[in-house]
Design a protein around this ligand. Sequence first.
Ligand code: GLN
Length: 407
Amino acid sequence: MPTSPPPGRWTDVARATGLLGADDAVAQTIFAEMTSLAARTGAINLGQGFPDVDGPEFIRSAAKDAIDAGRNQYAPGDGAPELRRAIADHQRRHYGLDVDPDSQVLVTTGATEAIAAALLALVGQGDEVITLEPFYDSHAAGIALAGATHVPVPLTADDFRLDAAALRAAVTPRTRLIVLNTPHNPTGTVLTRVELEQVAAVARDADLLVLTDEVYEHLVFDDATHVPIATLPGMGERTLTVSSSGKTFSLTGWKVGWVHGPAGLVTAVRTVKQFVTYTSGAPFQPAIAQALDDDAAPRALAASLASRRDLLCEGLTAAGLDVVVPQGTYFVVADGQHLAERLGVADGHELSRRLPELAGVVGIPVSAFCRTGSPTASALAARVRFTFVKREDVLREAVERLHRLPR
Ligand code: GLN
């Protein structure tokens, strides 16, 4: 047997996500790589975004009850009826969106499947797909899986805002779809209504579809408000909105996500999804239906995350790492330039790889969210993403460790 994998579509995926080259035989995501690095070195893992406290007991009990009640065989292909109803109610209650639970909602195995299935369903060879840059890795992977061409549009360098002129300039006759992500991973930017109006104008003018990843919709801070682009005039008919329960309820391993939009677009996604996973985790679906009816848990999580964000941002700043204070998500991007210089390491990528050994803390290089060799990747070479979805004592210890670095 060959020791390295044979050629195939996997190489496109690995190339699109910057994983080809280092070690072709181990093309795993930067998140998995950094988590195993943390485990190997005993460092504090502020890399991969997952909570170190599980979601509410009533939701976990509901899943156990569903198992005991016999919800253990295939769920309906488009998702359990009570979950589709809860998703439609949630969208109406929070955003005033009118969603038909029977024809306009599809339950998926996390947002990741929704995004990949939507891209596979709707774009292909010769189509251009725009994302913002930095971008979440699975968006680039999905575009590569579909065989389409990825056109990244950089956010502004200093404060990670939309560059509307650059977005408009990126559209060509081949552009089919814009992948949006707000609140944005890795920067924590929450796009304002004005920015979203600018995206919407481009989509309407060029007759584009929009696929929007809103998994951090409830994790917004201060006076930021999450606005789904599907609520803007003329956008409901061209937008697929993706979200999931993992972030909202601190249950990232359950992988219950969904997509909603016009019936025709949802039918296209369902057609692909049924041959990827067929159906998704049956007993988790009624549990998430109960969870979605209750807004208290996400509200409490957002409040506690806001104070943990403050703790980490203040600690990073005190340790000499400047931050762009995020308005949402699990993440803050810090500038490691000065620290890298002090420690004599080349850039953020090198800094992220050596921080476990140097400081006992793990972060993710922001260049992993950029196209390899792109101007954005160079501009953000010294930036490192840290997560604050960890217990306060863990964050305090991480901050102390960074503070102890030579200055
Ligand atoms: N979404 C999480 C992050 O950005 C982790 C996802 C993953 O491990 N693929 O860190």
